[in-house]
Design a binder for this molecule. Structure first.
Ligand SMILES: C[S@@+](CC[C@H](N)C(=O)[O-])C[C@H]1O[C@@H](n2cnc3c(N)ncnc32)[C@H](O)[C@@H]1O
Length: 567
């Protein structure tokens, strides 16, 4: 998914693992003198299980603070002012949404520019390293921005007060809220119904793979610069957790990624659209308010147009039910193994970068045109084999071909196929939600209850919102299918009337149309209405009423297929 603007940025195009797989990244042989590392690592007995990493023991991160620590935040605020942050109209305070946040001290107008964090207080891949040699090694090896920044953060954190970022790092959460911190069994238990489970597993695998690559190719060659007591899977997971939840992309700085102290105390709201960016005229990081604030009100920005699942994945929270207009749910779809054209269809899909199983996002307003094309391909009969290619191409968001394809003769089966997948997914969500109905839904903070209860509530919130979208989709699909079928029935009755009236006289004329048979998937209401299935009766209503015609009072605007954001 492309990042349109700065928002805090976990972004699939920035897959850290694939970025690291750079052939230029070869083990160097130069010896460099050691740097002075102060370590405060302690072995914790926390509930963290190993997620397939190279370390077996879980270590408590010695840096950062409790996520709601205001004392340390005020030390940060003081240090920032002394280091060049201009006087602010906001202060860090305890807030209802997001534990700590920036709260207005004065009236703030809509359209006002705020923050003005100077570049000297921003961390980018070009920032100076306290341990210069460590930075040089990474740059000489062309380590990409994400793993470089992750290593930078650990390196600066380990140097404590010898690093200029000490006050900033101390105010970072010791355990960022992120699915990176969920164990495999927690993911399997709580996110069993949601595709976010797969995304979390992929992300954990990427982060683990990136760490293992760095360790093999670089850290192990410079143990004096990157000792394992400091640069290990636990510290790497922490620094990636910080990056996933706080890194921003700055559009006006050619999309550079940066950690922006102070600005990263802003929490997300689905009700605002404003985002952080570099402002050339004031030469600082700013955002422009898109609503007014009164003293005491928390000020928000947008982390981007993300679904609840994506917000949980990177930031560890789920917005209140029904408040996120960008919410969506990923639904898996597959070719049928029993399909006699399975091989041909798979070949067509592969040609366009797709596979036998694909996920598509559904929103309350509809589904992507690509999904409709995929559904056409799945249900299309052998006599449509010449269209497989066109369908597969339209199903791929990697091609620029026409997406809005229509095959009225198989539209009903295609919609029924989407409905079947939707209903099977709904039953998974319902099973999970029924099983968790006994948990206390008033839980709001991980400190109030144990970790498991907190994770369970996040999962319940996520699954409730995802199931809500599925229910809406189910409703729209059922109505549309019903309308199609009743329209079809009406058309069939007219046809039968004609047949009776003209007896054999006109039958010859109607015969070619009337003997058109559908491929036929489930949900055919005609037989239950007493209309014969065979002979000339199972003609597609759309053949009689014209291409693309829908029937009954169905409002097409409510089901407009939508395009997902450009990749
Ligand atoms: C960029 S930081 C914002 C500052 C953070 N609240 C702090 O105290 O350090 C992002 C983190 O803030 C929290 N957060 C942001 N927006 C939130 C929201 N709408 N609801 C709940 N938590 C939120 C999440 O823990 C997220 O990982």
């Amino acid at each position: 998914m492309a990042l349109l603007r700065s928002s805090f940025i976990p972004c699939s195009s920035q897959n850290p693992s694939s970025l690291l797989k750079n052939p230029a990244l070869l083990p160097p042989t130069i010896q460099i003198r050691s740097h002075n590392i102060h370590i405060r690592c302690s072995i914790s007995t926390s509930s963290n299980e190993s997620t397939g990493t190279t370390t077996t023991k879980s270590q408590k991160i010695p840096w950062g603070c409790d996520i709601d620590s205001l004392e340390i935040a005020s030390v940060l605020q003081k240090w920032l002012s002394e280091s060049g942050l201009p006087l602010q109209k906001m202060a860090i305070q305890k807030v209802d949404v997001g534990e700590r946040g920036l709260v207005a001290l004065k009236n703030i107008r809509k359209g006002e520019k705020l923050l003005f964090v100077p570049p000297s207080l921003v961390i980018t891949a070009d920032s100076e390293w306290s341990c210069q040699e460590a930075g040089e090694v990474l740059k000489r090896n062309f380590v990409p921005d994400w793993p470089l920044l992750a290593t930078y953060l650990i390196s600066e954190a380990s140097l404590m007060n010898s690093s200029r970022w000490e006050k900033y790092i101390s105010a970072l959460p010791q355990q960022p809220y992120s699915l990176l911190y969920w164990t495999r069994s927690e993911l399997d238990t709580y996110l069993v119904a949601s595709q976010i489970r797969e995304r979390a597993i992929e992300r954990i695998t990427d982060v683990t793979g990136t760490y293992n690559d760095l360790r093999l190719r670089i850290y192990s060659n410079y143990p004096h610069l990157f000792p394992e007591e400091v640069f290990n899977m636990e510290t790497f997971k922490w620094s990636f957790g910080i990056l996933f939840s706080r890194l921003v992309r700055l559009p006006s700085m050619d999309g550079r990624v940066a950690l922006v102290p102070w600005a990263d105390m802003l929490n997300h709201s689905c009700e605002v659209e404003t985002f952080l960016d570099y402002d050339k005229s004031s030469q600082g990081i700013v955002f422009t308010t898109d609503r007014p604030y009164q003293p005491g009100e928390q000020v928000f920005i947008s982390y981007g147009k993300k679904s609840n699942g994506e917000l949980l994945l990177s930031y560890g929270f789920v917005p209140r039910e029904g408040t996120n207009p960008n919410d969506s749910v990923e639904l898996p779809f597959s070719l049928k193994k029993s399909d006699e054209c399975y091989k041909e269809k798979l070949e067509a899909l592969r040609k366009h970068g797709l596979s036998a199983s694909e996920c598509f996002p559904l929103q309350t307003t509809g589904w992507p045109l690509e999904l409709m094309a995929y559904a056409y391909l799945v249900v299309s009969p052998p006599n449509m084999s010449r269209q497989f290619e066109e369908m597969a191409s339209a199903a791929s968001n990697k091609t620029t071909s026409r997406k809005n394809i229509r095959y009225p003769e198989i539209e009903e089966q295609a919609l029924q196929f989407i409905l079947d997948s939707c209903e099977s997914s709904i039953s998974k969500y319902s099973k999970f939600l029924q099983g968790s109905s006994s948990i206390d839904l008033d839980v709001t903070s991980p400190k109030q209850v144990n970790r498991k209860m907190f994770l369970k509530q996040l999962a319940v919130d996520l699954c409730t919102s995802e199931r809500r979208i599925l229910f809406r989709t189910q409703y729209i699909l059922r109505r549309r299918l019903r309308d199609m079928r009743t329209g079809e029935l009406r058309a069939l009755r007219i046809l039968d009337g004609f047949k009776k009236f003209f007896k054999d006289t006109l039958f010859v004329v109607l015969c070619p149309l009337a003997t058109y048979r559908r491929g036929g998937t489930g949900g055919d209401i005609r037989s239950s209405e007493g209309t014969p299935n065979g002979g000339g009766s199972s003609i597609q209503a759309s053949l009689l009423c014209g291409q693309g015609t829908t029937f009954g009072s169905w409002d097409s605007s409510s089901i407009e297929a939508w395009r997902p954001p450009e990749a």
